[in-house]
Design a protein around this ligand. Structure first.
Ligand code: STX
Length: 318
């Protein structure tokens, strides 16, 4: 089984001005002369992390990580009381990727990401296919209503009735018919306590359902208030707008990826982004290798998922 490469530190970091008053944190690690690869973090509204560097051989890759608009170390942070998300959309993030690629002097790069990172990777590759040398995607998520309904409107309550109660708790009973809308109001409530309680409940629901077995350290990490509020606000904003996609857009247009070497990795017991979406993508992009991991949930740092991702990045390194 392949597992994480050793811990490494960036050899370079920066803040890139992408316009609209937004500064994007980025970093490069591994081999400055190596093959360029970019890792797209999840959420939207999550953050880059040191573990994400470790799915690439640092001797062979120039590893680029960055924090998407409004989250991680990018500024302004979406947890700020008056945060305005009007210029934070899928297509702004796709444009930011192009700005970062050009800033770093990279012609083409391997694009790797999971969950929302797979969404953004597909949107980017379908928009700029000539800039993508390979695609390595995990936990496929395309923001279709059926996917959002499953995880945020009650489908997954069938598996986690106990945790679902905690997700419902901050929402007044009369508003539980449309939870994404109700959370959207709570997350921008004038009362900071209301915003924080909603953000923590939202992030806790997600972090306690993304692994096959619950991981208390992970749940605690993602319920840190500033992280949780930014994460919840950004996710909620994107979901309210269906990611600014046309119906089924990313799967409909997967034919644009036919010539890009690709790998799809999906956990069988992924309760956040269930396997039907990965399967739909596989049907419309049959050229990509498809791996259904029989004993894994959603998160990338689970043994079978990690093995398949690193096997792919190793194969593409040469
Ligand atoms: N959101 C899935 C996603 O991208 C629908 C995601 N879920 N949890 C995360 O990301 C964190 C690991 C960032 C908490």
């Amino acid at each position: 089984m392949r597992t994480f490469y050793p811990e490494i530190e960036p050899y370079e970091t920066g803040m890139l001005d992408v316009g609209d008053g937004q500064m994007i944190y980025w970093e490069a690690s591994g081999n400055p002369e190596g093959k360029p690869a970019v890792y797209l973090h999840g959420g939207p509204g999550g953050a880059s992390s040191a573990a994400q560097r470790r799915v690439f051989d640092p001797a062979k890759y120039r590893i680029v990580l960055f924090d998407q608009r409004g989250c991680g170390q990018s500024t302004p942070h979406a947890s700020a009381p008056q945060a305005d998300l009007a210029t934070n959309t899928t297509w702004h993030l796709v444009a930011d990727l192009e700005k970062l690629r050009e800033h770093l002097g990279i012609d083409r790069w391997l694009v790797c990401g999971g969950s929302w990172g797979s969404t953004l990777g597909l949107a980017y590759a379908e928009t700029h296919p000539s800039k993508v040398s390979e695609l390595v995607l995990r936990g496929i998520f395309t923001l279709r209503p059926v996917e959002l309904d499953w995880f945020y409107e009650g489908g997954a309550a069938a598996i986690y009735p106990d945790l679902w109660e905690a997700f419902l708790a901050p929402v007044p009973e009369a508003e539980r018919g449309h939870l994404i809308e109700a959370y959207g109001r709570l997350l921008h409530d004038p009362d900071g306590f209301v915003r924080e309680r909603a953000g923590i409940a939202w992030a806790t629901w997600e972090s306690s359902t993304i692994t096959l077995l619950q991981e208390p350290d992970k749940i605690a990490h993602f319920s840190e208030p500033a992280f949780a509020v930014a994460f919840a606000r950004i996710e909620n904003h994107f979901f309210k707008h269906g990611g600014w996609f046309e119906p089924n857009q990313l799967i409909r247009d997967a034919g644009l990826l036919a010539h890009i070497p690709g790998v799809i990795v999906q956990g069988r017991y992924d309760m956040c982004t269930p396997a039907f979406t990965a399967w739909d993508l596989h049907k419309n992009w049959p050229e990509a290798d498809f791996h259904m991991i029989p004993d894994a949930g959603h998160a990338f740092d689970q043994p079978g998922i990690l093995h398949a991702i690193i096997e792919a990045t190793d194969r593409f390194a040469d």
